[in-house]
Design a protein around this ligand. Sequence first.
Ligand code: NAD
Length: 256
Amino acid sequence: MTEIAGRTALVTGGGSGIGMGLAKELARQGAKVAVADIMPDNAEKVVAAIRESGGKAMAVECDVCERASIAAMKDKVTAELGPVHLLFANAGASSFDPLVEMSDDDVDWILQVNLHGVMNTTRAFLPDMIAAREGHVCATASMAGLLPGWIPVHAPYSAAKAGIIGLMMNLALELAQHNVFTTSYCPGGVATGMKDNNARYRPARFGGPGETELHVGEASENAKSMAFYTPDAIAPMVLDAVRNNRAFVFDHPEHR
Ligand code: NAD
């Protein structure tokens, strides 16, 4: 079993959507929570809500596309909350454009934020978990990575999410000897702003933020129509899978 109460948890992309739901539920279950996000104001709002409910949390800015940003974030979190036991590598963004119509920058960004972001964040925190002989990495993949093609016109995103599943499964074998566990969480449709936000998170080196309206913590009608769950409903299910060291958790009702 993986303990949650009293442990230090880090959620990347914790300023909105699924990450926000996970951060609040982790705090509710007694973890100390670091909320990391490329949008620090949103992370601060989540932390304020957790503190109002009596939980312990800190906000920290981080771009998971940049190793230096992850390293600086790790130093701040470890100094304030101690070594991280539970890593939720959740930050991500999607693109629904046909591959041939995507710019090189957008292809690179989708792979960086979804796959390299998880890889780099995981690599940064594993040494402490191995040294402590305690840890769990839960990466947010997608049904688009488990069943590539179930949403058409999603190629680099599907490739990145399938990569996360491969990464987590291999790590499960590599890390068992160290008492460190992994879970791939594969959302099917959670009511968040993701589909509307997309390019708003694009870092400067991939072309900078787009102009679309930002949905933080609240899904648009479009997103709600495609969703099966809310972040608040899904978070206890994900934490239950982590507690029980399950390798996968899905939230698509047709694939349970
Ligand atoms: P969201 O847009 O509400 O949240 C994404 C969060 O990630 C935001 O807070 C954003 O600021 C942050 N972020 C983006 N780029 C970042 C970067 N470079 N560094 C750090 N933080 C960054 O969307 P969501 O639906 O909550 O998405 C969370 C995860 O769930 C993503 O990995 C996404 O691919 C995955 N997912 C979501 C669904 C769904 O239906 N909502 C389905 C499958 C997978």
